[in-house]
Design a protein around this ligand. Structure first.
Ligand SMILES: NC(=O)c1ccc[n+]([C@@H]2O[C@H](COP(=O)([O-])OP(=O)(O)OC[C@H]3O[C@@H](n4cnc5c(N)ncnc54)[C@H](O)[C@@H]3O)[C@@H](O)[C@H]2O)c1
Length: 433
């Protein structure tokens, strides 16, 4: 059975179903379809599937033309029907892994998706989990669900964890040139995943188990989480010593070995950095340990939106104004530059903090037409000279490219720049992080 699936994959005849067509699943579907595989994209969101059927993409990195190309070539079929899973050779799960309100890992979507596969599992199938999660999920949560079918992992079907490394907005590194890690419950499962991903990526890295693959992803994101926190703490300490953190980072970055720059900012956002490390700390608490670096980094990063609010208040105070009734223009609400994504964006917390202190907040973001935080909905305003002149303070939270930073420096009475976006631009009243 394995031999024949391996051959089917090599001939690109293996029928692949991808569960969850978001930032991870849609690019993956397009990549496999372009490589020649027949791909079914299953998502329970009717609106998203409807858009795809009309050849429209809702993911920044995937143009409409790419969706049209693979659908019209007959190699990509989006659907909301879970029965489409039946008869597939490979199932890849790319559904969200958020937190519950109580900040516990929420595996609801993974459980739903794995349940949908379990109900249609056939002998010889290769099942891969790509959603980021704590070590042990594939073997302790997904495996028993799949085995509910009466089939056994390793004997009747193959089970693998392979972390996704998509970086939305990154033009240089995509699935096609980023190595993929795979760890199966058996060597045979890993072999099959190596063959499968080898058809879309140049390098597939084997690890000994799903746990090691799950942990590799968490280490990558924890590394970023902790280093961003270090940069944030350094920014706070440098400010106290009247040292320019940005100049210091630029200087340290000239070292060709042993240093990698990370930058301070208003906090962390997106579906990975604010969440993944805490999937890990949850897991280690279960075995009576504490992930101290993660917790401390979390505290520092979480304090940054409040710090930005204080910088605005202090800057206004210097001008004899109070934050209450001040008009504050927030620039950039996406969680990072050049993506239209506000998930966990620290900008939402900054806005909330400013509003709580009585400021009138408006915002401009070329990629986000509207945001809501709770009961409040704000709409992006055009970035005009009048808007800049009318505000008491402009706060740069996300430095999208193509924004006229020189105009901000020229017309705003006070700028709080949390991203060093005004680097090299002559500006009057600027407060930097
Ligand atoms: N976004 C990133 O940059 C990124 C990078 C690496 C890893 N990841 C991880 O990949 C996973 C997916 O993230 P994403 O950003 O693609 O999420 P997303 O929210 O963009 O997309 C998830 C999709 O899954 C669908 N879905 C949810 N439950 C489903 C179910 N039971 N059956 C079918 N479809 C279902 C949703 O409708 C949605 O379209 C997460 O675990 C995330 O941590 C994300």
């Amino acid at each position: 059975m394995t031999q024949s699936l391996s051959e089917t994959i090599k001939r690109r005849k293996a029928k692949i179903v991808i569960l969850g067509l978001g930032y991870v699943g849609l690019p993956l579907s397009v990549e496999f379809a372009r490589a020649g595989f027949p791909v079914i994209g299953y998502d329970h969101d009717r609106q998203r599937v409807g858009l795809l059927e009309r050849r429209r993409s809702y993911i920044d990195d995937i143009p409409d033309a790419a969706v049209a190309e693979v659908i019209e070539a007959g190699r990509f079929q989006p659907t909301t029907d879970p029965d489409a899973i039946a008869g597939c050779d490979v199932a890849i799960i790319c559904v969200p892994t958020p937190f519950t309100k109580a900040k516990q890992p929420d595996l609801t979507y993974v459980l739903q998706a794995a349940g949908d596969v379990a109900d249609r599992l056939a002998k010889g199938m290769l099942v891969i989990l790509e959603s980021t999660t704590y070590p042990g999920t594939t073997e302790e949560v997904v495996r028993p669900l799949l085995e509910r079918s009466g089939l056994h992992a390793g004997r009747d079907f193959h089970l693998v964890f392979s972390p996704e490394r998509v970086d939305p907005g990154n033009r240089k590194f995509t699935i096609a040139n980023t190595p993929k890690i795979v760890g199966g419950t058996t060597g045979r499962a890993t072999d099959l995943a190596v063959t499968l991903y080898g058809s879309i990526t140049p390098q597939v890295v084997r690890v000994s188990s799903p746990k090691a693959a799950e942990m590799a992803k968490l280490l990558e994101n924890t590394f970023r989480h902790v280093n961003i926190a270090l940069a944030n703490e350094m920014a706070i300490l440098c400010k106290a010593l009247d040292i320019d953190i940005w100049e210091v980072i630029d200087a340290a970055s000239t070292k060709p070995f042993g240093f990698m720059p990370f930058y301070p900012g208003p906090g962390v956002g997106g579906h990975c950095i604010p969440i993944d490390p805490f999937y890990f700390s949850y897991r280690v608490r279960e075995v009576d340990h504490q992930a101290r670096f993660i917790e401390l980094a979390g505290e520092i990063n979480a304090s940054m939106p409040g710090r930005v609010v204080n910088l605005v208040a202090d800057g206004l105070n210097e001008q004899g104004k109070s934050l209450r009734n001040a008009r504050v223009l927030v620039l950039g609400v996406a969680y990072k530059p050049d993506v239209a994504d506000t998930r966990e964006s620290p900008a939402l917390k900054v806005i909330e903090g400013l509003q709580k202190k009585g400021a009138e907040v408006r915002y401009h973001d070329p990629l986000i037409p509207a945001v809501s935080n709770g009961a409040n909905e704000l709409r992006s305003v055009p970035l005009s000279e009048e808007e800049l002149r009318a505000c008491d303070c402009a706060v740069i939270l996300t430095a999208h490219s193509g924004v006229a930073y020189d105009q901000i420096a020229k017309h705003a009475r006070l700028v709080v720049d949390t991203r060093n976006a005004l680097k090299g631009i002559a500006a009057g009243n600027v407060v930097r992080l």
